[in-house]
Write a protein that binds this ligand. Structure first.
Ligand SMILES: Nc1ncnc2c1ncn2[C@@H]1O[C@H](COP(=O)(O)OP(=O)(O)OP(=O)(O)O)[C@@H](O)[C@H]1O
Ligand SMILES: [Mg+2]
Length: 482
């Protein structure tokens, strides 16, 4: 390989036939100064040599013309060798000055003396093997990739890619790695996909049996009015059930009245609304919301039901609470998420919970607009660290991508989606567009803190857990039964 040209942050290297280089590979360019330029191959093109077109056309003609090739100086082989040369388009990632990595420097190696060698990923990623290292998968060259789960601490992460590429899979891997390292995790599980994490692929309980707790709203997860404080209740009524302001004020009075008498039950609430001295419109508005809540199946008067607080206490030293939102109606989903987030904030601010890792799948389907910023800024300060998983990158705002510490990017073919991510992410857009377009399923481009800011293409390892949430196909079932 020979160093050829530099344009901005792009370095072009000529590679000759027989030199095995792939997209995503890292190269080290060394000269006699002792410094090394670390670059990553983001695209491979043919080397454009002057006269190549004529040469290719002439070769084609030769095969049509009868006769003997005369090559007295034996240059044909050399010409073929040069014609097959590749141009590697590389991005500068760092400069290694005597073992220390510098991310910004204007140093350039000598073009005549430089030697270019391939670097393996494990030479770049955190080399100290500690107990926090988790096996993520392998590089395209089958070298294992380990990441330090502590890089997820205090961080905002995004997992995105097109449908069915393996986003939920890597998210499950991260959840289990955090749990096995003693961290508490809450998953807002839209499709009930994480409910099988406590069983192995054959359905038998695994080592996470006692650590992964599944809460299904309306079944083993119901709320009493006492568990819902007035702030959460009003937020549900106003934001989810669109209760007007005047009625909300009246509701607050009714709530306080019952609370003072220690009589907060669903039956009492219904009776109080019926007997309360207020305008008929207000009463109608309150009744309609009361019945919605009553029929949601989420509320109960039985105090013995599971409380989120007690479940969270069980996972303080490592474990996951899966909020299974599958088969939950849209309104109920909003109510449950509103409650869960409010409860988390309350426990974190009162320091009853040190910190929590929150995983949210397709959050735009249940997260209120105003909560997005809250989650990434305010809640983060209190100790809630979120990972968003989505196949629609434009549902996450640009400002959120900018704050993301790590990004797990799976294949995208739509240039609109790639544009959205590349515009907002910290890494250059060429890398994202060029690498993400060619990623096979189950492979992802990992960017950010977890990989020390060295973008790496990883084939995510398999997991021995019960896969749930697979798309139920019509033909496979009907064929099986015939
Ligand atoms: N690294 C992997 N090794 C083995 N199987 C995998 C891997 N990644 C994903 N799978 C399998 O591929 C299928 C699709 O993966 P997954 O559900 O994670 O995709 P997704 O991107 O979340 O899809 P969707 O957009 O539908 O949510 C699943 O059956 C999963 O078990
Ligand atoms: Mg998924």
């Amino acid at each position: 390989m020979r160093l050829f040209r530099k344009e901005g942050a792009t370095i072009q290297i000529i590679s000759f036939p027989g030199e095995d280089v792939e997209k995503g590979d890292y190269l080290k360019i060394t000269d006699s100064t002792g410094k090394n330029l670390i670059v990553q191959v983001i695209d491979i093109e043919y080397a454009n040599i002057p006269g190549i077109l004529e040469e290719l056309l002439r070769n084609h003609n030769n095969s049509l013309v009868q006769g003997e090739d005369v090559d007295p100086f034996e240059v044909a082989n050399h010409i073929a060798f040069i014609q097959d040369a590749h141009l590697l388009i590389c991005k500068i990632r760092a400069i290694d000055v005597q073992g220390e990595l510098v991310h910004a420097s204007s140093w350039l190696p000598s073009r005549t003396k430089a030697r270019v060698k391939r670097l393996t990923v494990d030479q770049l990623l955190a080399s100290d093997k500690n107990s926090f290292m988790t096996h993520l998968g392998a590089t395209t060259r089958r070298k294992d990739i380990h990441i330090d789960v502590r890089a997820l601490d205090g961080a905002l992460n995004i997992i995105t890619g097109k449908k069915g590429t393996g986003k939920s899979h890597v998210s499950k891997l991260l959840v289990l790695s955090l749990v096995s390292n003693g961290a508490p995790v809450v998953v807002l599980d839209l499709n009930g996909e994480y409910t099988g994490l406590n069983r192995d692929a054959s359905g038998k309980p695994n080592s996470y049996q006692d650590k992964i707790l599944v809460l299904t709203p309306g079944k083993n997860f119901k709320l009493t009015l006492n568990q819902l404080n007035i702030r959460v209740m009003l937020s549900i009524l106003v934001n989810t059930l669109h209760l007007p302001g005047t009625s909300a004020r009246e509701f607050k009075r009714i709530w306080h009245y019952l609370n003072e008498r220690n009589a907060l039950t669903l039956t009492n609430l219904g009776e109080a609304i019926r007997d309360w001295k207020c305008n008929q419109h207000v009463r109608d508005a309150l009744f309609s919301r009361y019945y919605t809540l009553l029929h949601s199946g989420l509320l109960t008067d039985q105090a013995a039901c599971t409380s989120l607080e007690s479940e969270l206490a069980k996972i303080q030293h490592g474990g996951g609470v899966i909020i299974n939102l599958r088969d939950t109606s849209l309104t109920n989903r909003y109510i449950v998420v509103e409650y869960v987030l409010a409860k988390l904030i309350e426990l974190l601010t009162k320091r009853r919970l040190r910190s929590i890792f929150l995983f949210a799948e397709e959050a735009h389907l249940y997260l209120r607009e105003t909560y997005w910023n809250d989650i990434v800024t305010r809640m983060r300060h209190f100790g809630a660290f979120t990972t968003f998983v989505t196949n629609q990158p434009d549902t996450i705002r640009e400002s959120i991508y900018r704050q993301a510490d790590s990004l797990f990017l799976f294949n995208f073919t739509s240039s609109h989606d790639l544009e959205t991510i590349s515009r907002a992410s910290k890494i250059d857009s060429e890398t994202i567009k060029s690498v993400a377009r060619d990623l096979p399923p189950h492979h992802c481009l990992v960017l950010g803190n977890v990989v020390n800011d060295f973008p790496v293409v990883a084939k995510i390892r398999e997991l021995d857990v019960l896969a749930m949430g697979e798309t139920r196909l019509f033909f496979s079932e009907s064929q099986g039964s015939s």
